[in-house]
Design a protein around this ligand. Structure first.
Ligand code: NDP
Length: 399
């Protein structure tokens, strides 16, 4: 039987946007099923999608930690592509179920083990041969960062520079949700990332920094000057491997003083711990308990105002002349909310998740194996960004 339609797994903020945007592109996707651990969240998204787009989608529950359960569902639905917008913990089980059922795979974040605050592509890249041998695509990291940032770099390489030597990825969220402390996407994943040591790549080596040790004050177009802190981010691993001639790549993200004060305090008292502790005869994991207390990122949409600006500064050579380009997208939290019911951090992830899925689904992106976005021709993706809600701009900067 011909494989048809898509299966989306996960029903959080990113899924809300990705599912809505897939429904807006139903001519490509033909049929959508949304599955997650808590089926009522899928039903809520389905209701909103119907109201916003008129498209009816199917919903069901799934335990995405179980490969046999995933295989059973995928065999029953027979989709052409699975979009994983659950958590990074589920990447490998969903990849393995896709491979077993000859189904293309897309995600937005690289694999992380729940018991170790460390993310890397090693185990996903290890499945490259398996996907290749089955003529399947596993598109890794098609969110904004990773995702659009890799496509931006590839676009600059294809159109503006012969060699890119230096890349700084600049991620600014200038939105205000009115809470003293909340995270814009899954709190556990977010806090594990920010509280870890920083790392960047220079001259073929990784250089480690203390958490938030390196700060620059960057003037983001339409937003203004914001303190931006060096973090390790997963696209550094793939871009340092895939962009030939690169000498240095770094990643910076903005954080307000209140966010940093709260995070340091939580860290100091052990609330970011990922190891279980005994509390009144029960075993609890501090960071999981903290997630229960914090506002659900999916609920921030109506109360978040302001802009995001995420982009890449690429410096290198064109015909022997040194040049520097800044390519970025600006998003307005409230505009995103009006369109999809979610704030800009979910929007900037969910739209590219849909675009990656669309290009794999319609065969425009047809490399096989476990591949990162910058390995493909950037043209079609950049055109989709312009028309699907994430317009971008390139400006030349002084050297
Ligand atoms: P949420 O926590 O809001 O949503 C995650 C969803 O996955 C929830 O619906 C959850 O179910 C579901 N889920 C978790 N475990 C399982 C399981 N075992 N089986 C089935 N479903 C499960 O996360 P976000 O929407 O904020 O983020 C989604 C993904 O996007 C994450 O991987 C995140 O790292 C990534 N991301 C990527 C970015 C990028 O730019 N590349 C930026 C931001 C996020 P339940 O509702 O029952 O808890």
């Amino acid at each position: 039987m011909e494989k048809k339609g898509i299966l989306i797994i996960g029903a959080g903020g990113v899924s809300t946007v990705a599912t809505t945007k897939c429904a807006m592109n139903i001519d490509t996707f033909e049929h959508i099923t949304l599955a997650s651990r808590t089926v009522s969240k899928c039903e809520e998204i389905a209701k909103s999608v119907k109201e916003k787009t008129g498209v009816t989608i199917d919903t069901t529950s799934i335990d995405a930690d179980s490969v046999p359960t995933l295989i059973e569902l995928i065999e029953k639905l027979n989709p052409k592509v699975v979009l994983n917008v659950a958590l990074p913990y589920q990447d490998l089980t969903i990849m393995d179920a896709c491979s077993a059922t000859n189904t293309h795979y897309i995600d937005t974040a690289n694999y992380e083990h729940p018991d170790e605050a460390k993310f890397e592509y090693k185990e996903q890249w290890a499945r490259d041969e398996d996907f290749k041998s089955k003529n399947l695509t596993a598109l890794l990291g098609s969110g904004f960062d990773p995702g659009v940032t890799g496509v931006f770099v590839k676009y600059i390489e294809q159109n503006f520079l012969d060699t890119i030597e230096f890349i700084d990825i600049m991620d600014c969220n200038a939105g205000d949700h009115g809470y003293p402390f909340a995270t814009n996407f899954n709190p556990e994943i977010n806090l594990r990332e920010v509280s870890a040591n920083g790392r960047y790549w220079e001259d073929g080596k990784w250089i480690e920094t203390k958490p938030l040790e390196i700060r620059v004050d960057w003037d983001y177009p339409e937003v203004g000057v914001k303190p931006s802190y060096l973090l390790y981010h997963e696209e550094l691993e793939s871009l340092s491997k895939n962009i030939k001639g690169l000498k240095r790549i770094r990643f910076f993200m903005t954080f307000g003083d209140s966010y940093i004060q709260h995070m340091n305090c939580l860290q100091n008292v052990g609330m970011l711990g990922i190891e279980s502790v005994e509390h009144k005869g029960m075993m609890i994991t501090p960071i999981e308990f903290l997630k229960t207390l914090l506002p659900d990122p999916a609920s921030l949409g109506p109360r978040t105002h302001g802009l995001t600006n995420i982009g890449c500064i690429c410096e290198g050579l064109k015909d022997g002349v040194r040049k520097k380009y800044y390519i970025y997208n600006i998003c307005d939290h409230q505009e995103c909310y009006k369109e999809t019911g979610a704030q800009a951090v979910s929007y900037t992830t969910g739209v590219p998740a849909m675009i990656g899925t669309k290009l794999v689904y319609n065969g425009t992106w047809d490399l096989k194996g476990a591949v990162n976005v910058e390995e493909f021709d950037a043209t079609a993706y950049m055109e989709e960004l312009m028309t699907q809600g994430l317009p971008w701009k390139v400006i030349e900067l002084d050297i």
